[in-house]
Ligand binder design. Structure first.
Ligand SMILES: [Ca+2]
Length: 660
């Protein structure tokens, strides 16, 4: 295999020269592209100053002070840190630019200047540090690779056992780790790695001596592979060690290609131009493709490669809505995995894990999906795909999937048969920790046997939620349209009737005239829970509110004491005693709710209010140049996962604002 030659402590001089020449060219390119304030200069370049995150296919990484603080490879492996200096010294960041998905910094370490680059393309990560000063220097690095833990280190050993994880030091090469003998990862370095292996983790130290002159560098590579393709992976490592900048070149080209496609959508308002480009980068970069996965057969979008690394039902519906603006095929793919995962009883599952072992550990279910569903917003995405032009095959496939899904709701989420569906699990609601579920969970805990008799699998007293039933109403309207398109007149009539029934019940039971708001109700007894949340504004989106009800809802929406906070639409009204501006679904703001409210307002003719709402959210996102999972509703601070998929729903709104 010739490992000794490949991983000799120093790169050969010819290789170094080509590296340096490459760096020189790239430096010129940077100088040409990089404006001092980090704005966009080149038409097809996305340049952000100070951004630390890079993503590939299953890989994601985040820069630390020096090196890579955070790294993950699907739901298989992670590292904190992947590579960093063993001893903390004074680090001076002299330049930091993120260009088309790769980072480059000029660092001063104890007076010596280095150029540091991090790039990720596909399942290949390259980190390099090249000395720009003359004096010789000795650097000591350390790093690690661990079994993926989903933020619970206690899971590591269990997962290592469930998935037959192994770590192996390869003489002269570096480290090999294997997950279920299927997904593999290789770590390699230009300088020898001193590796120690434990059950669920490997750690390593690397001594890097860089001699006099400017041509010395250190390169660290991580490559993902699949069983049977180990040789190809090792060959790739050899190639990259010869030409580390090739990975960055491929990343540039990939992102440039994305931005060229986006350009065809036309211009948007100048104040949103940079955010627009960046959010397109986010939604397109979050796409992933897993080989040899029995359910995730097509590419799909991860909500965030930094926190949520598999496919979720309602996230994917939102992703499909955004993707349908640019690429109908990608939007269809987003839903086809989900249709494929549909269970024989009609349930479309909540999520599809990359790791079956993790699903088992978290949900106690021996499958890639748990026993729950998620907010049924797929029909909304299907409607967008149909409107923006799809095939008859897709229409038929979507009708079949949604038809049996709706039947499943009737059979399994409507114990009292009133055509108002119930959430029976807080995670199923998508609003995981919401104040809405505090009382239903307490009710369940007081008498679990009673509820188990009604529903079997259940973790809170059944709630006929306002948003859920608006979604069901819309789903039935969409099903009626699809049936009509397929020439199924009777089915179309049936769904029109079912939609009417659900719609009428939402109006009858969920509206409270005294406070002028829509509330969730308990399934047993139909009592309103009186927790004010933006779920009520979905009634505007669905068109279920009367004109008078809409006016009263808008008063709540525009009230700074309720929903008109710094970042609008907190997940519970700011006058609720449990409101916490940083609380997860207990006061943070989420962009999918802004999207529903925006189109809901427009539907009732509140054009000015819709624009004000969008501008309030967009100004904070533009200012911080962020597309986070959620925001502190009081301060506007970006929270949760960075580069979050459904927050790109704001692309749909930017387009509308720019055309209007
Ligand atoms: Ca019911």
């Amino acid at each position: 295999m010739g490992w000794t030659k490949l991983f000799s402590p120093r790169l050969k001089i010819t290789e170094l020269l080509s590296t340096i020449l490459g760096l020189f060219v790239i430096n010129l390119l940077y100088t040409a592209l990089h404006s001092p304030r980090g704005g966009v200069v080149g038409e097809d370049a996305l340049i952000l100053s100070g951004k630390r995150e890079v993503v590939g296919n299953l890989m994601a990484a985040q820069l630390g002070d020096v090196g890579v603080d955070f790294f993950s490879f699907g739901e298989y492996f992670e590292a904190r840190p992947l590579i960093t200096l063993a001893e903390r010294g004074r680090v001076e960041v002299r330049e930091h630019a993120w260009v088309n998905g790769a980072t480059r910094r000029i660092l001063g370490l104890g007076g010596v200047e280095f150029e540091e680059c991090l790039a990720l393309h596909g399942d290949v990560l390259v980190y390099s540090l090249v000395k720009l000063s003359d004096e010789p220097v000795m650097l000591r690095f350390r790093g690690s690779l661990q079994v993926f833990s989903w933020s619970n280190p206690n899971f590591r050993k269990i997962m290592a056992e469930l998935a037959n994880v192994s770590f192996r030091a390869l003489r002269g090469l570096g480290l090999e780790a294997s997950y279920r003998n299927t997904y593999k990862i290789y770590l390699a370095s230009t300088h020898p790695m001193n590796i120690s292996v434990r059950t669920a983790e490997a750690t390593y130290g690397i001594d890097v001596e860089l001699g006099e002159g400017k041509i010395h560098g250190f390169t660290f590579v991580a490559i993902g592979a699949i069983a049977g393709e180990e040789e190809e992976a090792l060959e790739k490592i050899r190639e990259i060690m010869r030409d580390p900048l090739s990975v960055r070149g491929r990343k540039y080209a990939q992102v440039k290609g994305m931005l060229e496609r986006v350009r065809k959508l036309g211009e948007v308002k100048p104040e949103y131009a940079l955010l627009w480009k960046y959010m397109w980068y986010v939604i397109l970069s979050n796409r992933a493709h897993i080989r040899r996965h029995p359910v995730l057969k097509r590419p799909f979008t991860m909500p965030s490669k930094f926190a949520f690394r598999h496919q979720w039902l309602w996230d994917s519906a939102f992703h499909a809505i955004v993707l349908s603006m640019l690429d109908i095929h990608a939007a269809e793919e987003e839903l086809l995995n989900i249709f494929e995962a549909q269970k024989p009883d009609g349930r479309i599952p909540h999520e599809i894990f990359l790791s079956k072992e993790f699903c088992k550990l978290f949900w106690k279910v021996d499958d890639y999906s748990p026993w729950t569903t998620q907010p049924p917003v797929i029909a909304i995405a299907v409607d967008y795909i149909v409107k923006r032009g799809t095939s008859r095959d897709f229409v038929r496939r979507a009708f079949e999937a949604l038809d049996s899904y709706d039947r499943w709701f009737r059979e399994r989420r409507d114990a009292d048969g009133d055509q108002l569906m119930a959430y029976v699990d807080y995670l199923e609601s998508g609003w995981d920790d919401s104040v809405r579920w505090d009382e239903p969970i307490a009710m369940f805990e007081r008498n679990p046997e009673h509820y188990k008799r009604l529903y079997g699998d259940i973790r809170m007293a059944p709630v006929e939620a306002v948003d859920l039933n608006c979604y069901i109403y819309i789903q039935r309207r969409v099903l009626a349209k699809l049936a009509e398109e397929l020439g199924l007149e009777d089915r179309a009539k049936e769904y029109v009737r079912l939609a009417k029934e659900t719609g009428a019940k939402v109006r009858e039971y969920m509206w409270d005239a005294e406070t002028g708001f829509f509330y969730d109700i308990t399934e047993e007894g139909h009592e309103q829970t009186k927790v004010k949340t933006p779920a009520a504004f979905v009634a505007l989106y669905a068109g279920l509110a009367s004109k008078e009800q809409a006016e009263r809802l808008v008063e709540h929406l525009l009230n700074p004491k309720e929903f008109w906070t710094t970042f609008p639409l907190p997940s519970v009204s700011a006058d609720d005693p449990k409101y916490d501006p940083r609380g997860y679904w207990r006061g943070r703001s989420w962009l999918n709710m802004v999207w529903f409210a925006y189109w809901g307002l427009k539907r009732y003719g509140f054009e000015r209010e819709a624009r004000m709402l969008a501008e309030k959210a967009l100004s904070i996102m533009s200012e911080s140049l962020s597309c986070n999972e959620n925001y502190n509703s009081l301060t506007g601070e970006p929270l949760g996962a960075p580069d979050y998929g459904w927050s790109t729903l704001m692309l749909d709104i930017i387009k509308d604002l720019s055309e209007g």
